[in-house]
Design a protein around this ligand. Structure first.
Ligand SMILES: Nc1nc2c(c(=O)[nH]1)N[C@H]1C(S)=C(S)[C@@H](COP(=O)(O)OP(=O)(O)OC[C@H]3O[C@@H](n4cnc5c(N)ncnc54)[C@H](O)[C@@H]3O)O[C@H]1N2
Ligand code: MOO
Length: 579
């Protein structure tokens, strides 16, 4: 959340009130014993890991996306105040001094995993629980029963989220969380075995392992002479050509002309290109091949397996099968590879005002040409999609949207600028527009009627904030791009890539760059996507002001820069090619 993992938010807030912060759990600074044995065991492990000098212990869950320093300061301050505010039930052991300050959320509920404890009280409480039933599997509430507490209403910062569905339903998510939301909400495409050339654009579902060594047999790397034993060599025939099998053997002291790619004959232990030898003919005797001085240490024989042995892993799962890797798979003797994808997509525009791009002037009042649909195929291809056909169009009617979402309208499109029936099925429908909540926006209700699962509904980014991703009941995915052309391109290039990654398991390294004075371009509370142009000095120049209703501000900018929300001057930005 807020552009960073929730744990980071919580750790930042904790670090603002103490220099001793311990994260607990598998992968944390310490871990409950045994792992996953519950929050009370986790708190005990965290307490044991804290330095002795610590006398106030902040207990905080990792799933509080809105937690801030002020909330923790308020809890600490409340614990230091006299007992007048204490609302817990005094017990025989208690002296009336509160053991802990406990946060109360906006709904008036105790938030047991947001509290500040006096260390001795917490240690004593854990000891008591340890003696009576143990810590494992205990509800965290057990810590607080019978303690004198100071309750502090902290409101929104106590909100916790347990599932991505809760995160998504609670409002626009941070751009940095889009990948996680998609990973959780989208089911990867099935892996299929395909011939290497037909699989280009797919993502390896299993490592690519060579069936054959490269080269498969010893061959010549150059046009020249196959040689046997030490020279000079008596020239014998016939010439060895590529593509012929089982050449006869060469005996020591002889040479045979050989072409690039031809099998090296048995008995030959070296090949020299013709530039490195001299061929002399002495009267009527056989020609003699002599190595020139430059041939010392040279050998143009490619032994079998010189480049790789059979069984060598040429690429890991998650790598995109690009044309080069497809070719390498063929070199390695593979007749099929296991891939997910390519992810087939179709673009469908919406909006009754939108006419085909080639509509002649004059346009009727209020109508505009489609200035983005026909371009999105290229943007989506850059993002990793295989885009089928020209864009279709879905009229602004409830019925048309229902038919599109249910699959009744097909998902392909013809030049008629309408989604036609009987079109090939696709994996993803990329819809342009209708993501808002206006009078003509029928997408959300249609998704609801169809029983689609909303995977992402709004992202804290500008442009493109209203984007939607939904998993349709028939297995297709809907990627809803905001209608403003620049917003549509931005979301297609960024979220589009993330959709391909989630559906295919694609692993990609982000291209990161540093940009001068980034803090002047960043905004609090939401990420920005800005046109980026090469600055001629190896860096990128970003345009800070963009209008979203057209693509004019993107002209000459081959990339988009993703500026994280509240980015500092030196934070890296991700550079995404959009074209
Ligand atoms: N009350 C609010 N209204 C709007 C908000 C908001 O936050 N609150 N956000 C605005 C932004 S930003 C965008 S982006 C849009 C997203 O809404 P939709 O996805 O429903 O987009 P539409 O309303 O369908 O279209 C928006 C705009 O883009 C033009 N458009 C649509 N398709 C095309 C196309 N293929 N070629 C050219 N232009 C297109 C359309 O005519 C509209 O002018 O919502 C805002 N409203
Ligand atoms: O999605 Mo709109 O900007 O963000 O034009």
């Amino acid at each position: 959340m807020a552009g960073r993992p929730m744990l980071e938010t919580v750790v930042r807030a904790a670090a603002a009130v103490s220099d001793a912060v311990v994260t607990v759990g598998p992968g944390g600074d310490t871990c409950e014993e045994p792992p996953y044995s519950g929050p009370v065991a986790g708190i005990a492990a965290g307490l044991a890991a804290l330095p002795e000098r610590v006398d106030l212990v902040v207990v905080v869950a990792c799933d509080l996306p809105d937690l801030d320093d002020d909330t923790l300061h308020a809890l600490v301050a409340a614990l230091g105040r006299p007992t007048a505010e204490s609302t817990g039930r005094p017990t025989a052991e208690s002296t009336g001094r509160p053991a802990a300050a406990l946060a109360v959320d906006a709904g008036g509920r105790d938030q047991y995993l947001l509290a500040v404890w006096h260390r001795p009280a917490l240690a004593a409480r854990l000891d008591a629980l340890r003696r009576f039933g143990g810590l494992g599997g205990r509800p965290v509430r057990a810590l607080y029963d019978d303690e004198v507490l100071t309750r502090v209403s902290v409101g929104a910062p106590a909100r916790d989220v347990d599932t991505w569905a809760e995160v998504v339903a609670s409002g626009p998510i941070a751009l940095a969380d889009v990948r996680a939301a998609l990973r959780v909400g989208l089911v990867p495409l099935p892996a299929t075995a395909r011939p290497p050339l037909a699989a280009i654009g797919g993502v390896l579902a299993a490592p690519l392992v060579a069936a054959d060594p490269m080269p498969r047999e010893p061959v010549s790397a150059m046009d020249g002479y196959a040689l046997a034993g030490p020279g000079p060599w008596r020239l014998t025939g016939p010439a060895l050509r590529a593509g012929t099998s089982a050449p006869g053997g060469l005996v020591a002291g002889t040479a045979a002309p050989i072409a690039t790619g031809a099998l090296v004959p048995v008995g030959s232990d070296r090949v020299l290109r013709h530039e490195l030898v001299e061929v002399t003919r002495d009267g009527s005797g056989p020609a003699v091949v002599t190595a020139l001085p430059g041939a010392a240490g040279q050998d143009d024989l490619r032994p079998a397996g010189e480049d790789w042995a059979a069984g060598r892993e040429l690429a890991e799962a998650g790598v995109t099968l690009d044309p080069a890797l497809s070719s390498a798979a063929l070199s390695a003797g593979l007749t099929s590879v296991m891939v997910r994808g390519p992810v087939r997509a179709i673009v469908v525009t919406t909006g009754d005002e939108v006419l085909p791009a080639d509509t002649p002037s004059p346009l009727p009042p209020g109508r505009i040409r489609d200035t983005v649909g026909p371009l999105l195929g290229g943007v989506l291809a850059r993002a990793g999609f295989d885009c089928a056909g020209p864009p279709g169009h879905c009229p602004d009617t409830i019925d048309a949207m229902d038919r599109l979402i249910s699959g009744a309208a097909g998902t392909g499109a013809g030049s008629a600028h309408e989604v036609g029936p009987g079109q090939p099925t696709v994996d993803v429908i990329v819809l342009v527009g209708a993501t808002g909540r206006g009078v003509a926006d029928h997408l959300r209700p249609a998704l609801e009627r169809a029983g689609a699962t909303i995977v992402l509904d709004g992202v804290r980014v500008r442009p493109g904030g209203s984007q939607i991703v939904a998993a349709l009941p028939d297995g297709r995915v809907l990627l809803g791009l905001p209608g403003n052309p620049l917003a549509a391109v931005s979301a297609a290039a960024t979220t589009g890539r993330a959709v391909v990654d989630s559906l295919t398991g694609r692993e990609r390294a982000a291209v990161l760059a540093r940009v001068t004075a980034l803090d002047r371009l960043s905004a609090p509370g939401r990420a920005r996507i800005l046109p980026a142009r090469p600055d001629g000095a190896g860096g990128w120049a970003l345009s800070g002001r963009v209008r979203t209703a057209h693509l004019a501000d993107l002209a000459g900018a081959p990339a988009l820069a993703v500026v994280p929300e509240g980015a500092g001057a030196d934070d890296p930005v991700e550079i995404v090619d959009w074209i």
